[in-house]
Each structure stands twice: as C-alpha cells, then as structure tokens.
Design a protein around this ligand. Structure first.
Ligand SMILES: N[C@@H](CCC(=O)N[C@@H](CS)C(=O)NCC(=O)O)C(=O)O
Length: 254
C-alpha cells in the first residue's frame, strides 16, 4: 500500500493522476497546507521541505523498510519504475521523457506559481499595487514564453516527449490546463497545439478521477481570521519560520 500525502492542488494532482493511471492501490493522507500540517513532526520526517505531495510506499521495490519520497518529479519517476508504465526503457526515449519532467519541475510549475501569486493572490496581501506590477509582468511573461515552448513542441509531437503518453504529460498537465484560468482565457488562441494537447489529456478517465481525489478537502469557507492566518503561513515563510517548526518538531520527538 502507498500512502499519498496530499492536498488538492496542481502539484498534488500530478501524483493522484499518476496513481490512478498506474492502478496502484493507495491511501489518502490529507496535508492541510493552509492549516499548517506541513510543519508537523511526522510530515517533516517524510518531506523536509515542508511541501506536499509526498508518498510512503510500504511495499517498496526490492523489499525492505517503507520508502518515503518527496518532490513530485521524483515520485513520478519512482511510480513509473515500480509500475513499469509511462516511462520508456530505451535510453534515448527515456531521456526524451526525463528532460520534459525536469523542465516542468524547474520551469512551468514555479513560474506559474509565482505568476498566480503576483496576479491573483498578491492583491489581497500587498497594500501598494505597484509592488505587484513588476512581479506580475516578469512571471506572466515567463508563463507566456513557456506556453510557446510547449506549443512548438506539440506542433510536431502528439505528446510532450514524442508519440507516447508518459510521465512528462502527467506532470505537466495539472499546471498547463490552468494557464487560461490563472492568466487569461484568451491566451489559448495563441497556442492551438497546446490547447489540443490539454483537451486530449483531459479526456483520459484516470486524469479525471485523479483530479477529483480529495476535491472536497479545501472547500470549507474560512473565517477572515483563518484566511489571514493561512496567508501568513503560506506566503510569508522564511528560514525562521521553518526552523521554529523543526525545533518544535524535534522537541516533541525528544
Ligand atoms: N517542487 C515541489 C512543489 C510542491 C509545492 O510547492 N507544494 C505546495 C502546494 S502546491 C505546498 O505544499 N505548500 C506548502 C507551503 O507552502 O508551506 C513538488 O513538485 O513536489
């Protein structure tokens, strides 16, 4: 059995979709990131960067003690290897997939997260709209650039890494399908090949069931106080905050 430490966000969906695609049995372990679960002692032991998703596989490949993995790219590589699916074994094809997996992890995910922060969340946080202007321009520009990168690739390939569906598609889709919603719906007109691929992947039953995993978890209406605390927790993290959480966790374990 695999424990999936999860909250319904794009990074979480990558793993729920992969598990649904592979047909591997898993158990949902909610991590309420707005409520601070990511700083609990137990979770930090699994995911020292205080981010979800993470998994614990109680029947790991090769046997032995349970294995825990954080970072969605590493998790998808592990699940591909364990299930023997969505990752070619021939080196040329394998690295064609891996380069897009790493591209997503280093580019689309972080840039979209920052674009969404400055464009949408930031206005509830910064008092002066000028503070948001440069960040919005920089990161929305990057998302536009990256959309062009995907569009060019998908103009000559059915899937991101070539002619087969792979973990490159599974890891990229949960961010890519939100580009219009986060940035501007009219942008799709400029990227028809990307739109074709977004719709193609969306038709897969495992993508739809993966997206529904834990869909009610984040739906509770928050009071103003709770919303303020959530923002402070998520958008004002420094080393001090992370260190304090670790020290409290170590104390609790002593
Ligand atoms: N690179 C990481 C990113 C994970 C990530 O940023 N997760 C967010 C939710 S989408 C999180 O757990 N945030 C908690 C926090 O900011 O404290 C991955 O792909 O696994």
């Amino acid at each position: 059995m695999i424990d999936l430490h999860y909250w319904p966000t794009p990074n979480g969906w990558k793993v729920s979709i992969m598990l649904e695609e592979c047909g591997l049995p898993y158990r949902l372990m909610p991590v309420d990131i707005g409520g601070g679960d990511q700083f609990s002692a137990d979770f930090l032991r699994i995911s020292p960067n205080n981010r979800m998703p993470a998994i614990v596989d109680h029947e790991p490949m090769g046997g032995g003690d349970p294995i825990s993995i954080f970072e969605s790219g590493a998790i998808l590589e592990y699940l591909a290897e364990k299930s023997g699916q969505f990752m070619p074994s021939e080196p040329r094809d394998r690295f064609a997939v891996l380069q897009w997996v790493h591209w997503q992890m280093a580019n689309l995910g972080p840039m979209m997260g920052n674009a969404n922060h400055f464009k949408n969340y930031g206005k509830n946080i910064a008092d002066d709209p000028k503070q948001l202007e440069y960040g919005t321009k920089r990161f929305v520009g990057e998302v536009d650039r990256l959309s062009g990168v995907m569009d060019a690739q998908l103009s000559v390939n059915e899937y991101l890494a070539g002619d087969a569906y792979s973990i490159a598609d599974i890891i990229t889709w949960p961010w890519a399908f939100l580009i219009g919603r986060m940035i501007d719906e009219s942008m799709w007109e400029q990227f028809p090949h990307l739109k074709r691929w977004v719709d193609l992947i969306h038709q897969r039953p495992a993508v739809q069931s993966g997206r529904r995993v834990g869909q009610d978890l984040g739906k509770r209406e928050l009071t103003d106080e709770e919303e303020k605390a959530r923002r402070e927790l998520l958008f004002n993290q420094t080393n001090d905050k992370v260190r304090a959480a670790r020290e409290a966790a170590a104390k609790a374990n002593a």
